[in-house]
Design a protein around this ligand. Structure first.
Ligand code: ATP
Ligand code: ZN
Ligand code: MG
Length: 304
């Protein structure tokens, strides 16, 4: 049995995660959820005074917006679409017949107008573009969403449906790169206060295929993505628990985001992987929250 399986098994045994029979699709106990809620309050304590506009979108987004985003060019392997039965009574009969004999009943499902949200910030860009030019001080937004990625794994830190808390900044190059740097500093400080071992590293997204390798190299060479890594299942291969992305003016150009003076906006987003951070805490301090170090409990607001 490898280490990954054993952390997952222990999470199942304690009920912190609940097995559904599908890799990367888990229920969470009240205690697990409470850790996430408390960590989000810590995020609020750091980011709350910045004046971000909070918005919450459901875990599905407009298929039209998803298509415009170009996600299928870069990450077709991760996307999840929502399909539904749209047939007649006759079609329904053959659907049930199909299920009865164990044939593929899903092949006649039709795509709906909804796809599963791949990252919390995706629904934001078209929403802000629709408002017209950004205000003079730029834009700052606070988001949280369940996200879907088709990457089944027995690593409890790689889930198919997980939550991402994000801040997104829109403005000039200097404005958004300062924003990104300030959250890199805050992220290191927060995780340190929680007793977690952190490293920061340059990273790339898993762009699909041979052409994707070039995109990934370019992203690294230009320092467009950093990750804050924390051990979850392995100290040698720590897990990305936060990411810090600078999109240059690519999203601004794609979505038509403009500064007050009409220039194309630069954008950056910082994302917290909420399940991963909870798992890092459990991996570091043990599965029993009652015996976590007093200073860590205090930062998370547990009563002693
Ligand atoms: P990885 O390299 O581990 O696949 P990523 O680079 O794909 O991570 P991002 O696309 O930057 O991650 O997503 C933002 C944050 O969401 C990550 O920093 C991570 O904490 C979290 N995250 C990403 N994928 C998953 C997943 N499959 N399960 C749980 N959390 C995830
Ligand atoms: Zn984002
Ligand atoms: Mg990934």
């Amino acid at each position: 049995m490898d280490m990954q399986t054993s952390l997952l098994d222990r999470l199942f045994d304690t009920g912190l995660l609940i097995d559904t029979g599908v890799e990367g699709l888990y229920g969470r106990s009240g205690a697990f959820e409470d850790v996430i809620a408390r960590f989000e309050r810590l995020i609020d304590a750091y980011g709350g005074a910045d004046g971000a506009e909070a918005m919450r979108f459901p875990p599905g987004m407009s298929r039209a917006h998803f298509e415009s985003s170009g996600y299928m060019k870069s990450f077709p392997q991760l996307a999840g679409t929502v399909h539904s039965f749209c047939g007649s009574e006759l079609d329904h009969m053959s659907l049930l017949q199909c299920m009865e004999v164990g044939d593929d009943w899903t092949k006649d499902q039709k795509a709906t107008d909804i796809v599963l949200t791949p990252a919390a910030c995706y629904p934001l860009y078209p929403t802000i573009a629709k408002r017209g030019r950004l205000p003079a001080k730029g834009g700052l937004y606070d988001l949280q969403s369940y996200c879907f990625r088709h990457e089944p794994s027995n690593d409890p830190a790689r889930q198919q449906l997980f939550r991402m808390r994000e801040y997104v900044c829109m403005g000039t190059e200097g404005h958004v790169t300062d924003f990104r740097q300030s959250w890199m500093d805050r992220g290191l400080e927060m995780m340190g206060r929680l007793g977690l071992d952190v490293t920061m590293d340059v990273a790339n997204d898993p762009f699909f295929g041979r052409a994707g390798r070039m995109l990934a190299n370019n992203q690294r060479d230009q320092n467009l993505k950093f990750e804050l890594l924390i051990p979850v299942t392995s100290a040698a291969k720590p897990t990305a628990c936060m990411s810090f992305n600078y999109h240059q003016d690519a999203f601004g150009a794609k979505w038509g985001l403009h500064l007050e003076n009409g220039d194309v906006a630069h954008t950056a987003c910082v994302g917290f992987g909420l399940e991963r951070i909870a798992l890092a805490l459990f991996a570091r301090h043990g599965l029993d929250i009652a015996v976590w170090p007093a200073d860590v409990r205090k930062v998370l607001g547990y009563q002693d």
